[in-house]
Design a protein around this ligand. Sequence first.
Ligand SMILES: NC(=O)c1ccc[n+]([C@@H]2O[C@H](COP(=O)([O-])OP(=O)(O)OC[C@H]3O[C@@H](n4cnc5c(N)ncnc54)[C@H](OP(=O)(O)O)[C@@H]3O)[C@@H](O)[C@H]2O)c1
Length: 325
Amino acid sequence: MKAVVIEGKGGPDVLQLHDVPVPAPGAGEVLIKVAAAGVNRPDVLQRQGNYPAPKGHSELPGLEVAGVVAALGEGVEGIAAGDAVLALVAGGGYAEYAVAPAVCCIRKPDVMLFTEAAAIPETFFTVWHNVFERGALKAGETFLVHGGTSGIGVTAIQLAKAFGARVITTVGSDEKCAAARALGADIAINYRTEDFSDVIKTETGKSGVDVILDMVGGDYIDKNIRALADDGRLVNIAYQKGSTATVDFMRVMLKRLTITGSTLRIRSNDVKGRIARALEEEVIPLVASGKIEIPVDSTYPLARAADAHARIESSAHIGKIVLTV
Ligand SMILES: NC(=O)c1ccc[n+]([C@@H]2O[C@H](COP(=O)([O-])OP(=O)(O)OC[C@H]3O[C@@H](n4cnc5c(N)ncnc54)[C@H](OP(=O)(O)O)[C@@H]3O)[C@@H](O)[C@H]2O)c1
């Protein structure tokens, strides 16, 4: 099969299309004939040598796919060859065939395009777990997500709104502010022209926000802690500006804050399977009915994975970038 291989760490050009063997599904796994594969920022980190594949998993890039089940490994039940699915994979998505744990597959609704379906798993699993499970966001609370037009951001804005929260987001341009509002954000802050801390003080009557999903880190860590309300929760999923900071922890004690975070890829199939079932039940119907959109910024054929990486690294994109196979 054709697959994208990372030929030594470096820029987008290290992504090269090669002929490689079709992987075989092991016990509890399925082989998927890939129709589309999502591109995520963690793929860029992997390409740069900063996010290696976990032991025992494909070293090929690609954390999510949509396609048709082509073969079943031993012991797989409830899913059959020919089923159209979307799946979270721990690697190997940029390929004509990919292996996924059966528990990480979700049946694709007929109304959903494969390019939309492939753009779902990585960000929906991440947002569901970090915002609703770790962050325990509830209806009526105020939620702040940084990077509102990222793949994660467009998902977080829409899920938080769908479940009844008030949503504030930060983005890097006025065009992105408009896009974030169109997706349902109540307030979109252009962080290049306004300080989000000041806006939050004004907009929340100084009481602050209940949950923050942060992918920025650095000086945002202390600013986030200051922006949280009593009993607030800060969830970190990336540290694009660095993972060290000077923080006054007095606020953590006085406001009874919770600081947490997680990475998805290394979690067990039990955890991922549990998240998949929750999404299947509570979220996929909202996507199928059109209440939640899958904003696809652009699609590229598999052979142009390098261009897709150049696009995500430019940060000009709004929403998801998808490879077609
Ligand atoms: N922990 C996990 O399990 C997990 C899973 C998936 C993704 N992630 C992480 O989540 C992040 C988003 O992933 P993605 O695939 O959605 O990537 P993406 O679409 O490339 O998003 C990165 C975003 O960061 C924004 N950003 C950068 N500096 C910012 C700042 N100072 N303030 C506000 N926003 C800022 C960029 O927006 P502007 O260009 O407008 O600045 C861009 O939209 C990545 O860092 C990724 O590594 C973590």
